[in-house]
Each structure stands twice: as C-alpha cells, then as structure tokens.
Design a protein around this ligand. Structure first.
Ligand code: URA
Length: 440
C-alpha cells in the first residue's frame, strides 16, 4: 500500500493489520517513507492510538527491523538485564545503575537514546567522555559487555533501526507522548538487545511525558503486558518527576553528579539514591540473583560502598575508547561553562513546586538540547544546586545555579528559573520518590 494510504487508514481511526504495520516499519527503515510521512504517521498514531494487537505487532516489527542479539554463545555467567526510563529532567540513573548491577553479577547491555522532547538522554550524557565510542559495532559491544559487565551505547545501525529514525522525528514533531509509540520505541530496543529481564522506570509528573498518575500507570501496564506477550519479564516502577531528579540537569553537570554518586565524593541526593537502589534491586530480582528486594537493595549498596561499581564504570569507559583515568581526572575532562549565575530566592518560605518540563525546555534554550535533529549539543550548560520541593529557603539564598555559554543566556535562564521555582509559605511534603510498582 502507498505510505499515504497507510497513514490515511490510521488517521481515520482504523486498525492496521500486522502486514501493514510491517510495511510502515520497513518503509521507515528503507526511506520509502519520507520524513513528512514518518511524522504524519506518528501524528496519526498520537491522535488515534493503537489496539493491543497493533501495539504488539508494531513492537515486533520494530524489534525485527534490524539485528536481534543472542547472548547464548558468549559465556556471560550472569543474566542479561537492563533498565529503561521513559524520560525525565536530571535523570542520570542509568550512569550509576548499569555498573552497580554489573558489579552484582548481572550483565547489562544498555541501549540508550538521545534526548527526546524536553527530556535528557543517557546517550547524550555519554558524549561528555572524550573518545567514548557510543555506537560501536555489535562485536565490540558484545566484547565490552562480556569483559566489563555493562556497556551503555546508543542504537547502532543494526539494532532497531526503525526506532532510531522514528525517535528522531518524534523528538521534533510533538509526537512523543503516545503510549503505543513510547512502548514500541522502548521495547523494540530492549527486545533487540536480547534481554532476560527489564526494569522500567516510568516517570510521572510535570517533567515526564505522563504528567498524571493514571496515564503513567496505563503506560506501565502497557509495557508490562507487551513485554509479557513477547516473553520478556518486566517490572515497572512509577517514579516521581515533579522535580529535577538529583540536583543537576545538563550533560557535564549530570556526569559530575553521577561520578560523585558512584565514588561517594559528595552527599548522595536521597531521591536519586532511593530510585537507583530500588531499580537495581528489581533488576537483581528479575535476574534471580537475589531471592527478594531486601537482599537486592543490600547487594546494590555494597557494590557502591566497596567501590566495585566505580571500577566497573571505569572499565566500561576505557573498553569503549574513553580515557583510562576518566573517573580520577574527571575535572580535566568535564569542562565548565564559561558563565555561571545564581538564581536567588526572592522571599523566605518553602519550595512549593517547579514546572520541571519548563526546566528541560530552559536547558534546550541554553543549547543543552536540540531544536532540530541535526543540532549539536553544548555539553557544558545546565543547572546545578537545584533546590528540592519541600526545602526551606531564606530570601537571598541560591536556589539554583545556571551554567551558560554567555551572559545573555545566563540572565535569561536565571530569570526563567526564578519564575519556575515557586516559593511560598505553606509546608509541603513532596510525593514519594517511588509511587507504585507494576508487575505481571
Ligand atoms: N524512551 C524511549 O526510548 N522512547 C520513548 O519513546 C520514550 C522514552
């Protein structure tokens, strides 16, 4: 069928057959669907949705749009596990989680994405490491996973190539927040990576694609059931994204926070820590490496405290071409932005809330995200010391620090953050970091 006929059928709210969905996916990969047609298809799905059968068929077609890895011949000695987040602001969990789980006996081939919409992407964060090859060939990827226990890479040309193109188009066409598109995007990559267990971090709140708990729960349930249909055990946690996760947003700044977290160089943000440890415990449980979550949490904490997780991270970095001394000499590699400017509390009170999505957008405005798919990121810009919801502040306190390429950018971003970080009198209890757990 012609691309426009397939788009038209979806636009008019009809279900596409398995063969038609295969045709769409094949067209996305081959280029038979133009950029305009890919985006029109995404918009049609955004508005008309997909039936359960369509979701499964679309995910399957995306998975098989490229190579599907098989780890059987690799004598790994541990279960193949991963985590995926639906995306947030300041979400640097993967950087710590992959080495933690690998240090506990899991094997983590983590295929991550670029920033999407207002959210940051793990793949872009790996761009902070000079020489790091985030798109190795499959053989190198498999060797690094075998040797280091984990490898964080981007989608290669051979793994779920349909998602690579569709993801880039969705990023810039306001078609991200769609359950069938998100589920197929995430699960196709994970199924192509040959996983044996997946922990899903479904974000909920003002900085997430799913702002309402009911929508996040619907996405989590869709992910769990499509995964189950495809034979992939999944547990989903709904975690809070009503505020920046941790204290930073921006690539070099988040890498700094992740390294400090791993090495214990600074205090670990409590919410970031809770989510990281819980996801690690879920992964260890899915991989049957521990009998229950309690022991999973203990194992993960020990991997951190003993320094094993940091060693694993360093091994992964050098195995993928990054500097041998990246962890020890990170300050020489993570360049600061030319200008910093504090955001000052205009009054005394309690941090009530923040429009977290607007912080992600402000980061894009600073040059730390893309306006179009071909944009190059400024890795140095962003925000640090972002105050927490519920925190008491006094007039004149610094409630965030802007890192910018120039004075004008810093001034604009500081003014935006000053409006976004809302201070008032009432006491506030933030939502729990982990809101719900969904299993099959
Ligand atoms: N993460 C993905 O990989 N895809 C999405 O669509 C959203 C989050």
């Amino acid at each position: 069928m012609l691309p426009q006929e397939l788009i038209r059928k979806k636009r008019d709210g009809h279900a596409l057959t398995d063969d038609e969905l295969h045709e769409v996916v094949a067209g996305i990969v081959s280029g038979a669907f133009s950029e305009a047609q890919v985006s029109a298809f995404a918009m049609a799905v955004f508005f008309k949705g997909m039936t359960t059968a369509e979701r499964v068929a679309f995910t399957r077609a995306m998975t098989h749009s490229g190579r599907v890895l098989d780890w059987n011949d690799h004598a790994l000695g541990g279960p193949v596990l991963d985590k995926h987040s639906t995306g947030g602001v300041g979400d640097k969990v993967s950087l710590m989680l992959a080495p933690i789980v690998a240090s506990c006996g899991g094997v983590v081939p983590m295929i991550s994405g670029r920033g999407l919409g207002h959210t940051g992407g793990t793949l872009d964060k790996m761009g902070c490491i000079p020489g790091y090859n985030a798109t190795p060939d499959i053989e190198t990827f498999q060797r690094v996973v075998r040797e280091a226990g984990c490898a964080i890479i981007g989608q290669t040309a051979d793994l779920a190539p349909a998602d690579r193109r569709l993801y880039a188009v969705r990023d810039v066409t306001a078609t991200v927040e769609s359950i069938p598109l998100i589920a197929a995007s995430i699960l196709s990559k994970k199924l192509a990576a040959g996983l044996e267990g997946l922990a899903m971090d479904v974000k909920v709140g003002s900085g997430a694609f799913m702002e309402e708990i009911e929508d996040a729960r619907a996405l989590a349930e869709a992910l769990v059931s499509i995964g189950q249909g495809a034979g992939l055990p999944i547990t989903a946690l709904l975690t809070d994204m009503h505020q920046v996760l941790g204290t930073t947003a921006g690539h070099n700044l988040e890498m700094r926070e992740a390294l400090d977290y791993l090495t214990g160089a600074g205090p670990r943000d409590a919410r970031l820590h809770a989510i990281t440890i819980e996801l690690a415990a879920e992964m260890l449980l899915l991989g049957k490496l521990v009998p229950n979550l309690e022991e999973g949490r203990d194992e993960a904490q020990q991997a951190l405290d003993s320094g094993r997780a940091t060693e694993t991270f360093a091994r992964m970095v050098s195995a993928l071409g990054g500097p041998e001394d990246f962890v020890e000499k990170s300050s020489t590699y993570l360049k600061p932005a030319p200008v910093t400017k504090p955001v000052i509390a205009a009054r005394t009170g309690t941090m009530q809330s923040m429009n977290t999505r607007a912080i992600g957008v402000a980061l894009i405005d600073l040059g730390g995200g893309r306006r179009k798919t071909s944009d190059t990121l400024d890795l140095t810009v962003g925000f640090s010391q972002v105050a927490k919801v519920g925190q008491k502040v006094s007039r004149g306190d610094t409630i965030a620090l802007v890192h910018a390429a120039d004075e004008a950018g810093a001034t604009t971003a500081a003014a935006v953050l000053g409006r976004i970080l809302h201070i008032d009198d009432p006491e506030v209890t933030p939502p729990p970091a982990i809101c719900a757990r969904i299993t099959a």
